[in-house]
Each structure stands twice: as structure tokens, then as C-alpha cells.
Design a protein around this ligand. Structure first.
Ligand SMILES: *Cc1c(COP(=O)(O)O)cnc(C)c1O
Length: 416
């Protein structure tokens, strides 16, 4: 008799409970969920975990802070609909995302639109919808003024600022230095003057948007970026045509993926935001403070599930070949902007309590060595038919992957 042992996980993956040796997803054993979905591979997003995450965040942040969901992290319509009921606003980054956000029933007043290279068609959609547009170039100012005239509607605008600082230790920097995002801080006074010249019946100025970076696990770096963003916005507010009513301090909250990474400590961020809310009450009394998060809200609530098709030994190395891969989950393969490939947390979801462990490499069906989901990880012994689960897959999964590559079927997504 081999003593049963509970598998060690990589990063602390305790979001989904385990019962009778199976991962429980949406209150259901994984094998039952797979049967319900009808085929593998699939993504499953857990409603209760999404609610829990928003609840924990709200508890840690001052009540005056508005919470927006940046839907590019996961644009699945049913999920956006669910999120729309939990957060205070949705941030979109294309005309296509705008449609999903409005279909989800979001009040257009609570939708904002950021992104470089907004087309004239997208800007027209945005003005007609009455959403807030984060202006990122001088071209957009002129175009919006003309569209406002054409449609007979004011364009609600904020200026997205490319700050003169960076979000330190970020997975992806999106501000500071030369960037395609936003208007450089030193040019913002000129942009504000131009906005003012068009008059508020054409360009209704509402405030500023700053977004410095993404996937940050250091609370101190986020606190520093939020303080600097506030200071910069305060300086720029002196040039604004009307009082600032909206100040989006960005986000950048990360989630743990790799061994040794810890969950972000929200307490210092909450305390800092409380101090900023206090200051804004005096210095920018008309402004509501917003943070916008994508990955942090949805990333940990989702898994990718793929079935073992083959089990083979090659010169002493064990390969589990599965029916899903980088075409559905580019980031887990390490090819979504990562410099060094590391394993996402992976488990065999129907053998969560296993008598036997082995070192296995999980690969997909694509004819490329890049199609690697787990490189020599300790996993429960798995056979064809077993279910490999990749955690931390609720953000930048299906929509951020090259699904047409090699002609396999598209992935199924379920909200449970
Ligand atoms: C991508 C993006 C986000 C979301 O980033 P996360 O790291 O997923 O939280 C928020 N705001 C803007 C402007 C973005 O481009």
C-alpha cells in the first residue's frame, strides 16, 4: 500500500477546492464539468471566485475608490456581463470591446475607452454611445471635435497622460519614456488648451487617465506609482479648462504565477489610496478616483483544461501530449512577451490526491517545440483521458492566443 499524499502545488493555488481527489470548479467535480462542457480543451471561469475577488478588493480599498474592469484581460461576453454587475465601470480598448460592454448592460456613463490608434469609426461609435474617451493624441482631439459637430453630441473626454516615470518592477511597462500610449506629460498643457478652445459643448473635459504598467506584485511600487500619478495629475489640473471630475490612477496589480511569487499585499495600497482620497477631497474636490484592473480581477478565477491524448517516453523524458496548447493559451506556453519561460501552475485535475508522482513534460498537439505547457514538472501520474489543468488562466488566455494556428478547433469557454 502506498500512502496517499496531497500534491504540492507550485505558487499557492488554493482558489479552487479539492473534494474526493478532484478539483471542484463552480461547485462541480472537474470530470463532471468536462462532461457537461462536452469536449476538451476548455476554459472555465468561476463566478463565485470572481465575486470573492471583487469583494476582497473592495474590503481593502476605501469606499470612495471606483473599481473598473479592463475587459481586454478577458472579453468573454458572459463574463463581462457578470463583472459589469460587480464593478463600477468597464474600460474598453476597441470598438469591438465597446459593443460587448454595452451589450452587458453597462451604463455608458461608466464606460471608458483607451488605446492608441483609435480609428475615426471607433471614435464615432464612442461619441454616439456617450462613453468617456481617453484622448491619446492631438489627432484624436481634432477628430473628436469634428465628430461631435457631425453627431450633434458632446464628446466626453479625458487626457491619457504618458507619465514622466515608470511603474517599477512591472511585468510590462506602459508608461514613462517614449511610448505610443497617451500624450507625453510635458505636452498635456498644450492638449488641454486645444480641448478648451473647442468649448465644452464639443469636448467635455472630465479628467486624466494614467496607466504605468501591468503585472506588478510589489505593493511599494504600486503605491509609489499611484502617488506620482496623483501628483502629476494635480499639476496638470492647473491647466485644465474645467475642474477634474475623473482621475484614473491606473492599476497594474499582478497575480502570482511562478514558484516563489506571493500574492500582492493590498493593505498598503488601500492605506495609500485612502490618503489620496483625503487629499483629493481638498485639492481636486470634484474628482472621483478610479483604478482599473484586468488580470487581478479575473486571472485567478479561471482554469484551462486539456485532456491527455498520449503518453510517451523519449530518451528517458516523459511527455504527456494533450489536446490543447499554445494556440489556446499562448501565455502559458511562455510566448506572450515573456523573456524567460517558466511553468504556470499545473495539476492533474482528476488526481488531486495521488499515490504516485512523476516528472512529466506537458506538450500540445502543434508541430512546433514552442507548444510547451509544462516543462519537467512534478505531477500526478497521468494516462490518456486524464485532465491537465493550468491555473491562473482567467486573463490573457483565449482571446490572446493564435487560435487559427495549425487549424485545430477553437477553444470552448464556460462561466460556471
Ligand atoms: C491592459 C490594460 C489594463 C489592464 O491591465 P492588467 O494588467 O490586466 O490589469 C488596464 N488599463 C489599460 C489602459 C490597459 O491597456
Amino acid at each position: 500500500m502506498v500512502a496517499e499524499k496531497v500534491l504540492p502545488m507550485h505558487a499557492p493555488m488554493n482558489m479552487f477546492p479539492v473534494d474526493a481527489g478532484e478539483l471542484m470548479v463552480g461547485g462541480m467535480p472537474l470530470t463532471q464539468l468536462a462532461a457537461r462542457v462536452g469536449r476538451t480543451p476548455f476554459y472555465a471561469y468561476d463566478r463565485a471566485l470572481l465575486e470573492r475577488r471583487v469583494g476582497e478588493l473592495r474590503a481593502a480599498l476605501p469606499p470612495a475608490i471606483k473599481l473598473h474592469y479592463a475587459m481586454k484581460a478577458n472579453p468573454m461576453p458572459a463574463l463581462v456581463c457578470h463583472m459589469a454587475g460587480l464593478v463600477d465601470g468597464i474600460d474598453v480598448a476597441s470598438g469591438g470591446e465597446l459593443k460587448v460592454a454595452l451589450d452587458a448592460g453597462t451604463d455608458p456613463h461608466e464606460v471608458s475607452f483607451a488605446g492608441p490608434g483609435k480609428s475615426c469609426g471607433e471614435l464615432r461609435q464612442a461619441v454616439a454611445a456617450g462613453i468617456l474617451i481617453n484622448i491619446e493624441s492631438f489627432r484624436e482631439i481634432d477628430e473628436l471635435a469634428a465628430l461631435s459637430q457631425e453627431l450633434g453630441l458632446p464628446a466626453r473626454v479625458a487626457v491619457r497622460v504618458n507619465p514622466d516615470f515608470e511603474l517599477k518592477s512591472s511585468g510590462m511597462k506602459m508608461g514613462g519614456g517614449p511610448k505610443q500610449f497617451g500624450i507625453d506629460a510635458e505636452q498635456v498643457p498644450q492638449a488641454l488648451a486645444e480641448i478648451g478652445r473647442h468649448g465644452s459643448s464639443r469636448l467635455a473635459f472630465e479628467g486624466f487617465h494614467l496607466f504605468a504598467g501591468s503585472q506588478n506584485l510589489k505593493a511599494a511600487s504600486i503605491v509609489e506609482a499611484q502617488c506620482k500619478s496623483y501628483e502629476l495629475a494635480l499639476r496638470l489640473a492647473a491647466h485644465a479648462p474645467t475642474p477634474v471630475r475623473f482621475l484614473n490612477l491606473g492599476g497594474g496589480f499582478g497575480i502570482p504565477y511562478f514558484p516563489g511569487e506571493q500574492r500582492l499585499d493590498l493593505a498598503p495600497i488601500g492605506a495609500n489610496l485612502a490618503a489620496l482620497v483625503q487629499r483629493a477631497g481638498v485639492e481636486l474636490p470634484a474628482a472621483e478616483l478610479v483604478i482599473e484592473l484586468g488580470r487581478y480581477l479575473v486571472g485567478e478565477a479561471g482554469i484551462y483544461v486539456t485532456r491527455v491524448v498520449d503518453r510517451k517516453l523519449s530518451r528517458g523524458q516523459l511527455f504527456l501530449v494533450v489536446d490543447g496548447g499554445l494556440h489556446h493559451h499562448l501565455s502559458a506556453s511562455g510566448n506572450f512577451g515573456q523573456v524567460i519561460r517558466k511553468n504556470y501552475p499545473v495539476t492533474i485535475g482528476n488526481h488531486m490526491v495521488a499515490p504516485e508522482m512523476e516528472i512529466a513534460t506537458v506538450v500540445g498537439p502543434l508541430c512546433t517545440p514552442l507548444d510547451l505547457l509544462a516543462d519537467r514538472m512534478e505531477l500526478a501520474r497521468a494516462e490518456p483521458g486524464d485532465l491537465v489543468v493550468i491555473f491562473q488562466s482567467g486573463a490573457y488566455g483565449a482571446s490572446a492566443s493564435p487560435q487559427a494556428f495549425l487549424g485545430h478547433p477553437a477553444v470552448v469557454e464556460v462561466l460556471v
